[in-house]
Design a protein around this ligand. Structure first.
Ligand code: MTE
Ligand code: MO
Length: 210
């Protein structure tokens, strides 16, 4: 008997936007499909060792239970597969991606957020930030992902862990994630301060402006 038979089955969640129909119906306005997965970010790819002292994933802000996870603790949490499409504001979309990771809802609930928390700010390495409404961030298809297509994320794509917020433009999916801040009020993150939209719904083409 395989040693894997006793592992609990990992649920697969198919993002609602991925269930809209054929490739054409699933492609938001102004987007072009790509088969390759482009790499996009500001600055250099950080070299992150999640087992080095000092690395943690921190959940903090307006809540009763701020906490930090080591990488092993994160990897030990119940995980799901999410199948979703990626839409970059620079007009490429890539359909049918399978990411593996921990549901953001579980990450947020553990912090016991104040009732007035309405937004999160995701913090990446080197000061990168992006803002997402709490509702969007705890949707069923939102995860902190560490694998894509069954392989560990590469450094370029956000190793050791990144946000995946499938229903928004991909800049809302912070690579090299280090913290999630719970907030009462919205505030622009890095790209938002540089003109990108506060919400970023690709179906409404919320590319620029507030
Ligand atoms: N830490 C960090 N995360 C980031 C960015 C960044 O500059 N820094 N750029 C965003 C943008 S604009 C895009 S389109 C996606 C690209 O993800 P990919 O390189 O895996 O395709 O990452 C997002 N996450
Ligand atoms: Mo982007």
């Amino acid at each position: 008997m395989s040693e894997h038979t006793s592992e609990p089955a990992r649920p697969t969640i198919i993002s609602p936007d991925t269930q809209r129909g054929d490739a054409k119906t699933r492609t938001p306005p102004g987007q072009t499909l790509t088969a390759k997965w482009p790499v996009l970010h500001y600055g250099k790819v950080p070299k992150v060792d999640p087992h080095a002292p000092g690395w943690s994933l921190r959940v903090f802000g307006r809540c009763d239970n701020e906490y930090e996870l080591t990488y092993d603790e994160l990897r030990a949490m119940p995980s799901v597969d999410v199948v979703c499409d990626m839409h970059c504001v620079t007009h490429w979309s890539r359909l049918d991606n399978r990411f593996t990771g921990v549901p953001t809802r579980a990450i947020i609930e553990r912090a016991k957020p104040d009732p007035d928390v309405k937004f999160v700010m995701c913090h990446g390495e080197n000061g990168f930030t992006t803002n997402v409404s709490l509702d969007q961030f705890i949707a069923d298809d939102c995860i902190l992902a560490y694998q894509w297509d069954g392989q560990e994320l590469t450094a370029e794509h956000g190793y050791p862990v990144r946000g995946i917020v499938p229903r928004l433009y991909l800049w809302k999916s912070a690579k090299w994630l280090r913290g999630i801040e719970l907030r009462y009020t919205d505030a622009p993150g890095f790209w938002e301060q540089n003109g990108y939209h506060m919400k970023g719904d690709p179906w409404k083409e919320q590319r620029f402006g507030w």
